[in-house]
Design a protein around this ligand. Structure first.
Ligand SMILES: Nc1ncnc2c1ncn2[C@@H]1O[C@H](COP(=O)(O)OP(=O)(O)OP(=O)(O)O)[C@@H](O)[C@H]1O
Ligand SMILES: [Mg+2]
Ligand SMILES: [Zn+2]
Ligand SMILES: [Zn+2]
Length: 261
């Protein structure tokens, strides 16, 4: 005789306090001649426990992702923004989504996103950033970090440059919003040059147009990219960058109109 023998197959009707009757397959374990019957737990309870565990796991994964996105300086508003959920509702946006998808697969050089409010520039850049890793800062934030580094404590200017020049992807948003053009062009020229030498990608975003496309009667026009960037920075960007000019509507307006509001 075996010390331990197991017999399966008997069906028993059991009652779960929560879900009522269910059929359990009874397993009889014979240990040193003493039989012991083991019953299956209620399949509905088991399903609920599995779902709860799945939910806990999803929440944990989301919490970890949020921690990561915060470290990448991604704002809460873009936590759900991905390339997959970008609504490419016209030919222009389909083309730009494709460029971003290709850039995420084979990141090299620069993407320059120019155009009006709400065209999805930051959304697309963050979609790429979440796939490649790295950081997003507005030009204003970088200027502020550099100025703060002159004081006590915090990161040194060297540490800031080192981060900007070595992360897998650097996104600089709102390039047009920094008034102090001398300081901006100084660090921007340095960062762009260093990343170029290291073959590391960069995305630059500006709520601007190029001088070539400018329709303003009064010059200089503060909506021209050339107004904000020095020539050497500009030539470094335009030279080998893919320039995407967004001419679609503000997405929220678009949604409102499509709903007839
Ligand atoms: N095509 C789109 N599909 C899905 N969501 C979009 C799309 N375009 C914009 N959005 C959403 O609309 C909001 C505004 O878009 P976003 O911030 O990317 O615009 P932007 O071009 O960067 O504008 P700004 O120049 O004002 O910074 C965001 O919440 C973004 O997720
Ligand atoms: Mg933006
Ligand atoms: Zn149950
Ligand atoms: Zn202009």
């Amino acid at each position: 005789m075996n010390d331990l023998s197991v017999t399966k197959g008997n069906k028993t009707t059991l009652v779960c306090k929560k879900h009522g009757k269910y059929i359990s397959e009874t397993v009889t374990m014979n240990f040193l001649g003493t039989p012991k019957e083991i019953y299956q737990t209620c399949p509905m309870c088991e399903k609920e426990i599995n779902e709860l565990e799945k939910q806990i796991e999803q929440e944990r994964a989301k919490r970890n992702a949020i921690k990561l996105w915060k470290a990448m300086n991604i704002e809460d508003k873009y936590f759900d923004s991905t390339l997959d959920d970008f609504d490419a509702y016209n030919d222009e946006l389909r083309k730009y989504l494709y460029i971003c998808q290709s850039f995420a697969k084979k990141p090299n050089g620069k993407l320059v996103m120019l155009g009006e409010h709400g065209n999805g520039k930051t959304h697309l850049a963050i979609g790429v950033l979440k796939l490649l890793g790295g950081v997003i800062y507005t030009a204003f934030e970088i200027g502020l970090m550099i100025r703060q580094s002159y004081g006590q404590g915090g990161k040194s200017e060297w540490e800031i440059f080192n981060e900007l020049c070595s992360v897998p992807l650097l996104v600089i948003d709102e390039v047009e919003k920094l008034k102090d053009s001398e300081a901006k062009n100084h660090w921007m020229s340095h960062v762009i040059g260093k990343r170029y030498n290291r073959a590391l990608p960069i995305i630059l975003i500006a709520n601007c147009h190029t001088q070539k496309d400018c329709k303003a009667k009064i010059k200089p026009c503060p909506k021209c990219l050339e107004y904000h960037l020095e020539n050497d920075v500009l030539s470094r960007i335009i030279e080998d960058g893919i320039v995407m000019k967004f001419n679609s509507e503000d997405y929220r307006e678009q949604i409102r109109k499509s709903r007839g509001l």
